[in-house]
Design a protein around this ligand. Structure first.
Ligand code: 5AD
Ligand code: SF4
Length: 480
């Protein structure tokens, strides 16, 4: 899809149109490469950038080695995420030297927003710096670089949702796709840099999400994950996320829908009703708890208590039998005592999550925690608490997966397994990875699979038959 040309006036006052290619001739037929770090939102954003570049006649490539433009889409959430990016930038710089400078290096995303001066002035590692709301400006910025200038746009927007840009999915499996439905975050959890790097929360119009969903359905995709920093607060002209999800679920009964991420503070019942009613909305909820202690939650500016959280989990489980749950947990937040840490272990044991993302607290500049609290839990204590959390959670996940043995699940085959050409891998409705012998099945098929083996991360199954998703029950297999 080409963006409309711009109108110029010549000396004789004739108006004529200049296509974007003519405005930025430098971009035509060159290769570009994007390397992406961080959350699913970043991967979705890279697909927007792909689209913007391809529209200008550039070609995506899957290696930096033959790329004229190399972008790195970055994450600032923890210090170790940023360190990885610095290492990669050094690598790209040596590549650029080998090519006598004939390569443009750009930093996109959250680090661009956070560290613009450092990239351009102090480190002189990059030519172009673009924040998450300025991707439309990339062609213009590249043209500035070609003119010998460093180019930067990190302006955050109250409106930008890239609603009219159809993402170009170059690295996916052709079966599952991400669709971002909102951008930014207004929650201001005291540890989190996202509200500063991604700006204010805004929702994309329902119609534009539905159009993209329809296009994915027409292109043969079988699964869409609706993305936002907090999908609970999706709201476009009074239309909420439950309505959006319901409408998406009607588009193609053979397409699964997932969503991420939800905040426990305002998880609406309507969501659960839609999940319950619609067979193609997956019974899997990612519901970050962060800590199991009320004082820590208060300091984190997470407006719920452990009791309210546990009640919400009970409600989820009673309304959606067999629902699968995952969470995010931070170990060693400012001021966390040993007893408070024990309460986090306790909540993990009570909930028994199917999966968790677990982190040591990493102080981020500009956040409330940075301004107000001391990062006073020693590094080795953070590490020890984190490893206690991880080993507890892995044990639970292994036990839960053992219970899967003998059950049957409907698995969407996503592609050939990494271990063997003769096997497929895919996920259950409950988001568990299953590996099974290919037989007559291929990527994109729904397959009824019986589980016969399990580790804490993966299930092994036997394919029984290909099925239609619309013939299946709205509930995951509890005991078939
Ligand atoms: N330190 C450690 N983990 C963090 N997260 C967000 N900010 C930080 C931080 N400063 C985690 C939270 C969040 C997930 C996306 O990343 O658990 O839910
Ligand atoms: Fe960060 Fe909290 Fe927003 Fe999640 S909800 S992005 S943790 S501020």
């Amino acid at each position: 899809m080409l963006l409309a040309g711009i109108f110029l006036k010549c000396n004789h006052n004739h108006t004529f149109t200049v296509s974007p290619e003519t405005r930025y001739p430098v971009l035509r037929d060159r290769n570009f490469f994007i390397e992406t770090y961080g959350c699913q939102m970043n991967f979705a954003d890279s697909e927007i950038v792909n689209s913007i570049m391809v529209d200008r006649g550039m070609k995506p490539t899957d290696t930096p080695d033959d790329a004229s433009v190399v972008f790195i889409n970055t994450c600032s959430i923890r210090d170790n995420a940023e360190q990885k990016v610095w290492n990669r930038l050094n690598h790209f710089r040596s590549l650029k030297k080998k090519r006598n400078g004939d390569m443009v290096i750009g930093v996109l995303g959250c680090m661009a927003e956070r560290l613009r001066e450092k990239f351009l002035e102090k480190e002189k590692l990059v030519d172009i710096v673009v924040g998450p709301d300025a991707y439309r400006d990339i062609p213009k910025l590249l043209a500035e670089v070609e003119d010998g200038r460093k180019a930067v746009n990190v302006i955050l927007s109250q409106e930008e949702t890239y609603a009219d840009i159809t993402p170009v999915r170059t690295t996916g499996n052709g079966v599952s796709a991400f669709v971002s439905v909102m951008r930014g975050c207004d929650n201001m959890c005291s540890f989190c840099v996202v509200p500063f790097t991604r700006g204010r929360e805004r929702s994309r119009p329902v119609e534009s999400v539905i159009d993209e969903f329809q296009q994915l359905s027409d292109a043969g995709y079988k699964e869409v994950t609706l993305l936002g920093q907090n999908v609970n607060s999706y709201n476009h002209n009074g239309r909420d996320f439950a309505e959006l999800m319901y409408r998406c679920s009607l588009i193609n009964p053979e397409m699964r829908i997932r969503f991420s991420t939800s905040h426990p503070k305002d998880f609406p019942d309507e969501f659960l009703h839609v999940m319950r009613e619609r067979h193609n909305v997956c019974n899997y909820i990612h519901i970050p708890v962060q800590s199991g202690n009320n004082t820590v939650l208060e300091r984190m500016k997470r407006p719920y208590t452990r009791e309210a959280y546990l009640e919400l989990i009970d409600k989820m489980r009673s309304m959606i039998p067999g629902v699968s749950l995952s969470t995010d947990i931070i170990a060693g937040f400012c001021g966390e005592t040993e007893e408070q840490h024990e309460e986090t272990l306790d909540i993990i044991e009570r909930v028994r999550y199917d999966m968790a993302y677990m982190f040591a607290y990493s102080e981020r500049e500009r956040t409330l925690a940075h301004r107000k609290y001391e990062d006073d839990v020693p590094e080795e204590v953070k590490k020890r608490r984190l490893s206690e959390i991880i080993s507890l959670q892995h044990g639970i996940a292994a036990e839960l997966n053992q219970q899967e043995i003998g059950r049957r699940h409907i698995v969407l085959a996503e592609g050939t397994s990494k271990r063997s050409e003769d096997q497929l891998s895919g996920r259950t409705d409950t988001n568990k990875m299953v590996i099974f012998d290919k037989g007559v099945c291929k990527a994109g098929d729904y397959v009824e699979v019986e589980i016969f083996d399990a580790t804490s991360a993966t299930l092994k199954g036997k394919a029984l038959s290909k099925v239609l998703l619309s013939d299946t029950s709205p509930f995951p297999a509890v005991a078939l």
